[in-house]
Design a binder for this molecule. Structure first.
Ligand SMILES: NC(=O)c1ccc[n+]([C@@H]2O[C@H](COP(=O)([O-])OP(=O)(O)OC[C@H]3O[C@@H](n4cnc5c(N)ncnc54)[C@H](O)[C@@H]3O)[C@@H](O)[C@H]2O)c1
Length: 354
């Protein structure tokens, strides 16, 4: 292992964490992952990520797994001091909008305090190493809902030409309803920016739209496409919460997320913020996602419609990718929505067989 660069990935058994571990292993990095399967504590057995941890151990020779909670401050400070990583990618989180209200302390301690623990650990041990934080579009709260909208046959869309390319990073994060999750992630987002601006560390926040891919343990409360496909394959009813099922999300494959992290790590900037999603081309409404999934599975999607929308939920959200493309012109979306759904279908079939 001597001479290899070291990457430290928190939330390594999750969707993004596992993709990043594999991607950087293939780039020649020594990989240290941290995960305590907290997703199973947040969401029950359906959220269990041990299978993904085992997959990493199988696929990455020398993979080092650290069974540690990001809330364990002395543990995190000591571990980062010991590893002194060349790159930190922080993906561990309580990731659900709706779940947060039931577990406000766990949510804030994980998302906000856990991020601070890692930032300070990195500042003490490896302040020159790029630090990439997975933030969320929920930092904008429900403010995108105040944009003038038009209703199309299967989706909502922005009616205001100022947002024809989607939501830019300059959009206000202030004075809107975030959910407790959006608030704890906004606190983390600001801390990550501050460790860049105040201490000069090469940090960045990636404000995700819907991040997806074949290795998500999708549950009703988190992992929209993964969960939707799972329902289709199991013949289970998918519950639509309001907005006529026309609410729009932009979906990005986890591999395209990992590729962007590589671009940033090779030419890092200080205290940056990017809106990271599939953009308008890879956006779909729930109704459109049903149709796309049915095309792959041949099975009609069962669903039930509930009038009440999720509190603070976006009616239409897609990311403006122009800043990412301008700063890192080598990067672009490589996986279409169709291809991504095809992979998710194949992966659930495989997991159901084993
Ligand atoms: N998936 C999405 O649609 C989406 C959208 C926007 C932002 N994000 C953000 O991207 C990041 C990664 O999302 P994901 O979909 O890969 O999530 P995920 O739930 O699949 O992975 C997160 C992993 O972190 C682990 N974890 C959680 N709390 C922990 C703790 N206290 N200590 C140690 N490990 C812990 C979990 O066990 C899980 O394996 C999160 O920060 C999330 O908020 C995700």
């Amino acid at each position: 292992m001597a001479g290899k660069k070291i990457i430290f990935v928190t939330g390594s058994s999750g969707l993004i964490g596992s993709e990043v571990c594999l991607f950087f292993h293939e780039q020649g990095f020594a990989v240290h992952g941290l995960d305590n399967n907290q997703r199973a504590a947040f969401f029950g057995p359906q959220g269990d990520t041990r299978w993904n941890q085992a997959r990493l151990a199988r696929l990455i020779p020398g993979f080092v797994h650290h069974e540690l909670d990001v809330r364990d401050r002395p543990g995190i400070l000591a571990l980062v001091r010991e590893i002194r990583p060349d790159l930190v990618v922080h993906t561990a989180a309580q990731p659900s909008h709706d779940r947060a209200a039931a577990i406000p302390f766990d949510d804030f301690d994980t998302n906000a305090v856990g991020t601070l623990n890692l930032l300070e650990a990195a500042r003490q041990a490896c302040p020159e190493s790029p630090f990439v934080h997975m933030s969320t579009n929920k930092v904008y709260g429900d403010a995108p809902n105040f944009i003038d909208m038009k209703e199309l046959p299967t989706r909502w869309d922005y009616n205001d030409p100022a947002f024809a390319d989607g939501i830019p990073e300059t959009f206000s994060i202030d004075q809107s309803k975030h959910s407790l999750f959006g608030a704890s992630k906004a606190a983390a987002d600001i801390e990550v920016q501050e460790y860049g601006r105040y201490f000069g560390m090469p940090t960045c926040c990636l404000r995700g739209g819907c991040l997806t891919g074949p290795n998500h343990a999708g549950v009703e409360l988190h992992g929209f496409l993964s969960y939707l496909v799972k329902c289709n394959l199991e013949g289970r009813e998918y519950r639509i919460f309001g907005y006529k099922g026309k609410q729009v999300r932009d979906n990005i494959h986890s591999l395209d997320v990992a590729c962007f992290i590589q671009e940033f790590s090779q030419a890092p900037r200080v205290g940056e913020v990017y809106n990271l999603g599939g953009g308008k081309d890879n956006s779909c409404s729930i109704l459109e996602a049903f149709e796309l999934t049915e095309k792959f599975t041949g099975q009609a999607q069962k669903s039930v419609y509930l009038e009440e929308n999720r509190s603070g939920d976006h009616i239409c959200y897609y990311s403006d990718l122009r800043k990412m493309r301008a700063h890192y012109p080598q990067w672009d979306i490589t996986k279409s929505l169709d291809e991504t759904i095809g992979e998710i279908v194949a992966s659930w079939r495989e997991r159901q067989r084993s």
